[in-house]
Design a protein around this ligand. Structure first.
Ligand code: SUG
Length: 440
């Protein structure tokens, strides 16, 4: 067994971070539509979260923002001419499309891909499949650039298998690691991968969209070469989706042998837990920590993002640490639950709160902002080193953000073509700092 660790690759929040109100079924996105955002503060908050984990002794990586605006989307929609002409005419005749082209949603790196560590796969390589994010227009444009980013970081084909996105059809709707949990005895041991889907392929949509199909999840498990017995497929409850849990990671997070979830997260909780135990097959005992609806109503869980937390094995601590958003501390029921939970002797021993409010207003908490990649020391050495953070690199990135990002942005500002050049210059500087200038 190797001494693999969990590396968190956080999405660096881009200069066009805005409140576009583009995600139907995501209550925060709808509520804050049209508000003025602060991209500079957003990116600094994200980088401080990364600094916190890095200083604690965890390996921290970063994914750069994608090129914005996405001219391919605008050209596909029939706009032509110079960049400035495209932007000006889109602003006049299709402002919604321009907003989508400016989306900074790739910050939520949990949606970038689904990841299976090498301990789980038949060919012994670490596999990543880019999510097609086909449910939301503004997110469906991310996949090609995300694949390019992943290929430049996980370039070594002997160690890594990077798969392009599944077909962009509703039957294959896929939102990446937001609907995937890996449980294990220790990171380097073979684990159990839980895929949570919201609907079957072909099932007609009612209410808020279910963004993941079982067919998409099964396809990824196959492509990654998982042993069939180690993959569990569970249905997300309709009640959770209707309450605003547009991804499973809004109501559930798991790490090592611990699964922390809301009572209404799964359509059939007993069956899900029984399948996980059966798949673990004595290698480890699944420790469920279920939060009852009577103690934390699902509305509070979603408002506070209690479950959209990072569940971490913090160096030097015996029990897991829940890195939760400040909103969890500010919501009475979730704060009380956390106090009760940590004063008991369960697997989660401490809750640490972080400020990621800029991202939270679009429905993205600490867990949305990171993609977990369990890696052996050899794999860490084989990936692109420029994206692994040090204090100096965080300082350098924060300097670039302070220099190049606005502190006020409204979706109405997108009609100004000079903003496009601002975004491009900021991204180029960030890519250079990460040794990824080839992605420009
Ligand atoms: O896909 N919000 C994202 C939030 C993603 C959170 N990720 C996870 N749960 N893993 C989404 O709904 C809002 C953009 C806007 O409205 O401007 C947005 O895309």
């Amino acid at each position: 067994m190797s001494t693999a660790v969990e590396v968190n690759f956080d999405g660096l929040i881009g200069p066009s971070h805005n409140y576009g109100g583009m995600s139907h079924g995501n209550l925060a996105s709808a509520t804050n539509e049209g508000e003025v955002s602060n991209p500079r503060e957003a990116a600094l908050q994200g980088l401080e979260k990364m600094r916190l984990l890095m200083k604690a002794g965890l390996v921290q990586g970063i994914l750069p923002p994608l090129p914005r605006p996405n001219f391919d989307l605008l050209v596909s929609a029939g706009f032509s001419g110079s960049d400035a002409e495209i932007i000006e005419s889109a602003a006049k005749t299709a402002p919604g499309l321009l907003r989508a082209a400016y989306s900074a949603s790739s910050m939520w790196a949990a949606n970038a891909a689904t990841v299976s560590p090498s301990a789980d796969t038949k060919d012994g390589r670490l596999h990543l499949t880019t999510a097609n994010l086909s449910t939301m227009l503004h997110r469906s444009i991310e996949a090609p650039d995300t694949t390019a980013t992943l290929l430049s970081i996980f370039e070594n084909e002997e160690a890594f298998g990077v798969h392009g996105a599944l077909p962009a059809h509703a039957d294959f709707s896929d939102e990446g690691a937001a609907n995937h949990v890996r449980l294990c005895a220790e990171h380097g041991a073979s684990g159990v991968e839980l895929f949570v889907y919201g609907r079957e392929a072909g099932e007609s949509a009612v209410g808020f969209p279910a963004r993941q199909t079982r067919m998409a999840s099964e396809s990824i498990a196959r492509a990654h070469g998982l042993v069939a017995e180690n993959a569990v497929f569970a249905r997300q409850s309709k009640a959770a989706i209707e309450a605003g849990a547009f991804h499973n990671d809004v109501v559930c997070v798991g790490s090592l042998d611990t699964l922390f979830f809301h009572e209404l997260a799964f359509e059939n909780t007993d069956e899900t837990l029984a399948s996980l135990s059966q798949a673990a097959d004595g290698r480890f005992e699944v420790k469920p920590v279920m939060v009852p609806q009577a103690e934390v109503p699902i509305e509070d869980a979603i408002k506070s993002y209690l479950f959209n937390s990072q569940l971490l094995h913090w160096p030097g601590e015996d029990r897991l640490v829940l890195l939760a958003p400040l909103e969890t501390q500010e919501t009475d029921t979730t704060r009380a639950f956390c106090e009760r939970m940590t004063s008991g002797n369960g697997p989660i021993g401490r809750v640490q709160y972080v400020d990621v409010r800029q991202s939270m207003r679009n429905g993205g908490g600490p867990a949305c902002l990171r993609l977990r990649v369990v890696m052996t020391p050899e794999e860490i050495a084989a990936c692109h080193q420029g994206v692994l953070l040090t204090e100096e690199k965080i300082d350098a990135l924060q300097d670039i953000v302070r220099r190049t990002y606005r502190d006020r942005l409204s979706p109405n500002d997108f009609g100004d073509p000079s903003f496009a050049s601002e975004c491009q210059l900021a991204r180029e500087a960030l890519l250079e700092a990460l040794g990824l200038s080839g992605l420009v």
